[in-house]
Write a protein that binds this ligand. Structure first.
Ligand SMILES: N[C@@H](CCC(=O)N[C@@H](CS)C(=O)NCC(=O)O)C(=O)O
Length: 236
């Protein structure tokens, strides 16, 4: 059963960082409301909730705001800590201290390096886009080999349950088709990246992921609009 909490997430439906925050709240069974921003237009509420960076996602809990998706993940894990007794709540970090640090490292890598580069595949064109595709491909391969070592044959980065890095990379389930349709970037072949291919197949059916991502066609449409908007600016 969802726990009652006064939680509002300011989001954009195609934004991978917003999807991660939705997945974390769902994993914890926290009921929340969503305000989807019509980016590039920003509501007064977003500007008030994240006055420094003015980006989604921003979480408002009991009238206090938290910005940046990785900070939001940490907040959610602390505010609704893992519990075996009712209300049961899943852990979003592994138990071992070193594993926790490693989970945070891969979440940071996904947020700061992977997504920033992969999104540029749809935000750029020409030589710059070619370079972004190459860098994204290299990162897929890095993540593939590291995930293979960390997961010890289990479905997710740190075992049977998704943790921070799984939730950071999980929006790929709807972004892979958009990167291909809008940026011409194919997902690596299963022979090249077997572990991440298996992981995508597993995580796409995970309940908190399924309920937090939009229709892939909507992501393609949003990515196309972003591509056209940014290109018309760069030619202006
Ligand atoms: N590092 C931030 C990235 C957030 C981000 O880039 N959000 C984009 C949408 S996906 C945004 O709000 N863009 C509007 C803008 O930059 O003005 C996070 O993890 O929350």
């Amino acid at each position: 059963m969802a726990h009652k909490a006064n939680v509002l997430l300011i989001s954009e439906d195609i934004c991978p960082f917003s999807m991660t925050a939705k997945m974390a709240l769902t994993e914890k069974g926290v009921s929340y409301e969503v305000q989807e921003e019509p980016l590039p237009n920003k509501s007064e509420l977003l500007l008030k909730a994240n006055p420094v960076l003015k980006k989604v996602p921003a979480l408002i809990h009991d009238s206090k705001s938290v910005a940046e998706s990785l900070v939001i993940l940490e907040y959610i894990e602390e505010e609704w800590p893992p519990s075996h007794i009712l209300p049961r709540r899943t852990a979003l970090l592994p138990k071992d201290t070193h594993d926790r640090a490693t989970a945070r490292f891969w979440a940071h890598y996904g947020n700061r390096y992977f997504w920033e580069t992969a999104l540029k595949v749809v935000k750029t064109h020409g030589e710059e886009q070619r370079q972004m595709k190459e860098e994204t491909m290299e990162m897929y391969m890095t993540v593939d080999s590291e995930m293979a070592k960390l997961s010890h044959g289990k479905p997710f980065f740190f075992g049977k349950h998704p943790t921070f890095p799984d939730l950071v990379f999980a929006p790929l389930v709807v972004w892979i088709p958009a990167l291909e349709a809008v940026g011409g970037m194919k997902f690596p072949d299963a022979k090249l990246c077997p572990r991440i291919t298996e992981w995508v197949n597993e995580i796409k059916d995970h309940p908190s992921v399924k309920s937090s991502v939009p229709d892939p066609l909507r992501v393609i449409e949003g990515a196309q609009a972003l591509h056209e908007r940014l290109l018309s600016h760069s030619y202006a």
